[in-house]
Design a protein around this ligand. Sequence first.
Ligand SMILES: Cc1cc2nc3c(=O)[nH]c(=O)nc-3n(C[C@H](O)[C@H](O)[C@H](O)COP(=O)(O)OP(=O)(O)OC[C@H]3O[C@@H](n4cnc5c(N)ncnc54)[C@H](O)[C@@H]3O)c2cc1C
Length: 344
Amino acid sequence: MAATVPVREAPAGAGDLARRLAEAAGEGLRVRPVGGGTKLDWGMPGEPVDLELSTAALAEVREHDAGDFVAVVEAGASLEALRERFAASGERLALDPPTLGAATIGGVVATGDSGPLRHRYGAPRDLVVGVTVALSDGTLSRAGGKVIKNVAGYDLGKLLAGSFGTLGVIVEVALRLHPVPDATATAIGRGADPARVAVAAGALAHQRLELESLDVRWSDGEGAVLARAAGALPRPLAERAAAALRELGDVLAAARALGGEVVGRAALGLCWVRLPAAEAATVERMRAELAPAPSVVLDAPAAVREAVDPWGEVDPAALELMRRVKARFDPAGALNPGRFVGAL
Ligand SMILES: Cc1cc2nc3c(=O)[nH]c(=O)nc-3n(C[C@H](O)[C@H](O)[C@H](O)COP(=O)(O)OP(=O)(O)OC[C@H]3O[C@@H](n4cnc5c(N)ncnc54)[C@H](O)[C@@H]3O)c2cc1C
């Protein structure tokens, strides 16, 4: 059977996009939102899609008063362009996933992606204070606003962060910005013993230091702790750090045993592991080593994707709830069908 080659369209405005989405859903078409297109294969292979709705034409900064530390931007704006724009007024969007310029804010929010600054400023869900989303029934739904303190009701921004384009197409976000620090200093400590690297990261995580980032790295058989400074670590984060660090040594040791590399947010218990031999058996072995800690497979060859559920095990009760949320937001099941946890 010939593979379906999706048609890609870039509607000129949010209203056009919502109308096109409803039309497509009404015709039973399967739709994929596209931002920079850098990570379209993350998640389950899912069903082939018929239509790609690109946010390329939605790249404006709608509102940004310098010094207000909040901005409303369209979802197709690239992270690079936003960085340049905000830097001009001494502000920054504290989101630093490893981008090479193409990634859009809509894509970063949809995948919940982050970088070292997550240690201090949180994930996309913590920096989005308002969102406008196009639903497959054609409505444009808005939640939150420009003010940091959100209005009452379910926090739609948090629900859409990490939803991988399965609930709606994000067309606009209101973002919390932070001042660019005058100066930062990064200290790097190296070591060949995973357990000692974890202990070192732990010791740093418990210092009352204004750390912007606290990362661990493992590559070529050597580990490192990278701490970028700037003030005090709030108490709750320190307790969470303790729990996270207990597992850190296991992750480094498991990666070493499999000849892998690691980059991680030490105090948050978040690690990215790159395995050299990308076979399903190696992935499953890594998962077994990390259990019960959950793990998600991001970039992997098609053969591994077919053999391994990238999302891993999910609590059935939670899955049922997510199934109902999906059915409420996308009754036609048009958006990125089969890509999400439980093949939602
Ligand atoms: C290990 C790693 C490697 C990376 N490599 C690169 C790189 O080489 N280049 C680079 O620029 N960035 C890179 N990144 C950053 C990453 O691509 C982005 O952070 C983000 O995940 C994808 O952004 P995008 O705009 O390209 O989204 P896309 O790849 O277009 O889409 C990603 C997912 O989000 C959905 N989606 C996209 N836009 C929307 C929207 N508006 N509403 C709803 N759903 C949407 C899509 O359907 C898809 O499921 C990397 C990140 C990591 C962790």
